[in-house]
Design a protein around this ligand. Sequence first.
Ligand SMILES: [Zn+2]
Length: 381
Amino acid sequence: MRRVRGYVAFLALMLSGIGVVTLARIWRAGRTSRPEPADAIIVFGAAIWDTGPSATLRLRTMRGAELYARGLAPVVVCSGGTSGGLSEPRLMADLMIAQGVPTSALMLDEAGVTTRATIASLRGLGGGKWRRILAVSSPFHLFRIVEEARRHGITALPCPTRRPPSRGFRATLRLLCWDARQYARETVAVWAYRRPLKRLAAQFHARWRAFTGEVDAVRQSSVEIWALIRARQVPGESETAALPRLDWPVSGRMTSRFAMRRGRLHEGIDIRASHGTPVHPALGGVVLLAGELAGYGRVVVIGHSASYATVYAHLERIDVAEGDRVEPERPLGASGSTGRSFGPHLHFEVRFDGTAVDPLVFLEDPDRERAFTRRAELYGD
Ligand SMILES: [Zn+2]
């Protein structure tokens, strides 16, 4: 528990560190203004309310018209999606015309729903010739535009909009809150835009799915194992006798216990073991099953008495056959990652009359650090 808290604290610290650095870069990009000659002026869209174009949208068109009037580029692209059923680019174009930009210099990009889409459509709009553009948007938005344009081989010169000074304390405070929200959102957006991070998130998600998925997949096979043990286990004479202590089947760190995982029971324990690590029977017995099951992958089941059996799943290799008498000294196979498993590990179960019970109750010296050393001493794994 304490270790988990440590990890969380470390992660939080890392994330806030990255967040602050990103925020600083967004802030700096928004404070840079480079109105220099370019191939085109791109004005990024903003919302249109019931009451008309938002202040943000008006400020952006004003800046775009101003840059055009200064003769910095021959074309103005109005980019955006729709808000409330109205086309942002069309309304922006109207505002541009009202501010003296000739229709012939205007281009509409109605597919510019997102920053990424807008930048991607520049190639088509400029016939692949645009290399330098003037990006007109709100200060907080420019860092992401510059980064995204660079990925497309286009230099975006930031031209942030400027807000007229606000009057009164309350108005200032409201604007400050609005800004804080925009910057926070943008910090997240910058990271969500980065492909390596997206890939990393996808990988993590896949791993997590595989990890929790083990329980689901294993469940089906678990029922088969239950039936199989009940069918094959030969009734013995002393069923009241307690099971002798079990040896740890493999040397490694226990990564998962016999416990509920996402509302379902994880019916064994997972012990991390690299590919090819020898796996030993936890106790002498007869091999009831040596084969393959969907969730368990290559699996060995050993019957120890009329009631007790142990299960070894996700094996890479099986070195015993059904009906063999086995002893803990000789490996039954090697650990791996077959079946529904992420990364090599041994899924180990103890079954009583076919039903899985907590292996830690039976394992010799459940204090695992010492137990594993013992395993290694005994068999030299
Ligand atoms: Zn498991």
